[in-house]
Design a protein around this ligand. Structure first.
Ligand code: PEP
Length: 251
């Protein structure tokens, strides 16, 4: 039995209106009261205030999907981690594969964002994962090393105690083609072993989430693996019943 408390996080991406985000948050908050896992929702920036108000007095935590590396200054269009913290947010996702692929975020930049999140007293959820081409070329370990080493360099291994890792194989995100529980467990164990070589206590306490086409019908099998401590959920997080069923599988 793992001593790690499971976490299920919903990444709402660029979706919804103020009204629909509020309605989704309300349904999740109502359903989460009976759950024993940690539940987190990450709406778009423009919906943080509405969702914060809706989640007040609930057990559901609030997070964001990205932030600037800068705390303030002349950086037009950026959103700083301390601004997000003002909404009572506890987590910020950094390094999602869509940020890396579509917005050119390097592992060094992602690591700086993780640091900025911690400096604002929140936990980064650092996303790592390989493309299908990288997996087929036998580069999985090298990709993970490059992505994780940047974070270790920036936070120090002790800093990882105040963070969450999400393993999200790029080929499984939004494709309906989840990694099998065995494939996911193998990579989670690789990540934990790499960190354990630096600090076994930090590695043992670190939550490593799986993300990539998690649905109510595959969640239990994935979450029953020893090194999978919950999930980062995209598409299924936009439907409260599906999201709550996934949370129940982690509870
Ligand atoms: C994601 O984007 O982080 C994700 C896991 O998406 P989906 O669940 O839709 O595959």
């Amino acid at each position: 039995m793992s001593a790690r408390q499971s976490l299920v996080a919903g990444n709402w991406k660029l979706n919804g209106s103020r009204a629909s985000a509020t309605a989704l948050a309300k349904e999740v908050a109502d359903g989460a009261a009976a759950l024993s896992c940690d539940v987190l929702v990450c709406p778009g920036f423009a919906h943080l205030a509405d969702v914060q108000a809706t989640l007040a007095d609930s057990t559901v935590a609030l997070g964001a999907q990205n932030c600037s590396v800068e705390p303030s200054g002349a950086f037009t269009g950026e959103v700083a981690a301390p601004m997000i913290a003002e909404f009572g947010a506890q987590y910020i996702i950094v390094g999602h594969s869509e940020r890396r692929a579509l917005f050119g975020e390097s592992s060094a930049l992602v690591a700086q964002k993780a640091k900025a999140v911690q400096q604002a007293d929140m936990q980064p959820i650092v996303c790592v994962g390989e493309t299908l081409e990288q997996r087929e070329a036998g580069q999985l370990q090298a990709v993970l090393d490059e992505q994780l080493d940047a974070v270790i360099d920036q936070l120090g291994i002790a800093g990882l105690a105040h963070s969450v890792i999400a393993y999200e194989p790029v080929w499984a995100i939004g494709t309906g083609k989840s990694a099998t529980s065995a494939q996911a467990q193998e990579v989670h164990a690789m990540i934990r072993a790499k960190l354990a070589a630096l600090d076994s206590e930090v590695a043992a306490g670190l939550r490593i989430l799986y993300g990539g086409s998690v649905k109510p019908d595959n969640a239990k099998e994935l979450f029953s693996q020893p090194d999978i401590d919950g999930g980062l959920i995209g598409g299924a997080a936009l439907d409260a019943k599906s999201f709550l069923a996934i949370c129940a599988a982690a509870s």
